[in-house]
Design a protein around this ligand. Sequence first.
Ligand SMILES: Cc1ncc(COP(=O)(O)O)c(C=O)c1O
Length: 482
Amino acid sequence: MVDQLGHERLVARRICEAIKEQIRQGVFGAGDRLPSTRGLASEWGVSRTTVTAAYGQLAAEGYLDTRQGARTTVAHGLAASGPVSGQAKPEVIRLSAYGRRLAHLPRPLPWKGGPVVDFRYGDLSTSDFPTLSWKRAIGRAILRRPARLQYGDPAGSVELRTALAGYLWRARGLRCEPNQIVIVNGSQQGLDLSARLLLDPGDRIIVENPTYPAARQSFIALGAVPVPVDVDGDGLRTDELPDARLAYVTPSHQFPLGSVMSAARRRQLISWAHHADAYIIEDDYDGEYRYDVAPVPALRALDGGERVVYVGTVSKTLSPTLRIGYLVAPTALAQTLAQAKRLADRHAPSLEQDALTDLIENGAYERHVRNARRKNRGRRAALLGALGGAFGDDVSIAGADAGLHVVAWLHRLPRSREQELLVQAADAGLGIYSVSDLYHQDAEEHRPDVVGLVIGYASLSEREIGQGVRRLAQVVSALRAA
Ligand SMILES: Cc1ncc(COP(=O)(O)O)c(C=O)c1O
């Protein structure tokens, strides 16, 4: 386990390496201004002191000019001669504009492993996976032995698309034809391909504030400009939607705050899209999980499918490791999406598509979803009970009606203490994740001023959840006493 100082040094070193690489790749040229320490600290989820230390180290190595009072810039003559201390000449890769934008985005911190209880959102428990049904379905798919091993339809197998059309109608109230569906490698690829087809560099895209960072980063990498719009208990605020080409929303369970977009707001959003000649990407990442409330049909079901690209995934129902997702789009757009999919990677893996078709057709998929919902209902009850017991009125919970995570606001801990909390929790063997990183950087005034944690529970047992929350309470009370 690392102490606080050790952790800060580790992150500072990672920042140094990332910036050196960006200089080598030509993302930053001689004389270019580096991001502000505040901006970078927020992107990396660390304190400004850590970023200042990283900049100091880079200046000492000759990579940067840090003059008092002026913004830090890349040292001159670097690309030609390498850093002052440098042995090897830095390799300069001439990247495209897309490549430069991509290289500029923060990379996820490498997986450190090790927390005893990890509340990381997005992971599922291995014990929930329907191993036997999946094994049988894969076995049957292998035994079918086609006459030759040939490339499949870029849109995905017609059998899977037909099975999904039936599933989406039963589970999400969404009527569509198989030719409106494109099978993708997880929602992430679906978001990326949709944005490529609907946005040009410089185009504006409405994103919820806070939002899912990997989606926002895809849009930024394409050169689009995310325009943050606040959310409240009824989802995205649609009263004054700005001009944009596209809106990216999570209406069934806002990520991360968990509100459900009200019927009135859904109608307003769709009418905005018609008037603005814009499209909506509906990310239905965990729509299968609803607990004490009636299921809400997909936004696309309301619109008749003209303006909405629906994105679904099996990452929360089966496993994020399978990398299977699906898009439902207006027919003409679905055809172009299939073209984009063909050029990206031909098509999703055929064997897994066949196995999933089998599970859906024989009812095992929906049985499994019901089973997973029951188990997660139990985990969620354990989490809410433990949080209430350990924190009482000092905590309020958002987004617990649905999904596989909640947001816990710790009223009595100001956001200024967030970094300390994360480091001390890591020291206590706890993986916890703050909500503040998911807010738009330029909308600082909208960030809450107390610590909020995104707590994923789908990978943990009820016992581990209880144990984790008790540890968290100990860390918080030690911090408040300090
Ligand atoms: C809001 C949201 N959208 C999309 C995804 C990505 O899902 P996939 O694994 O299908 O790419 C996640 C993953 O956690 C998510 O939280």
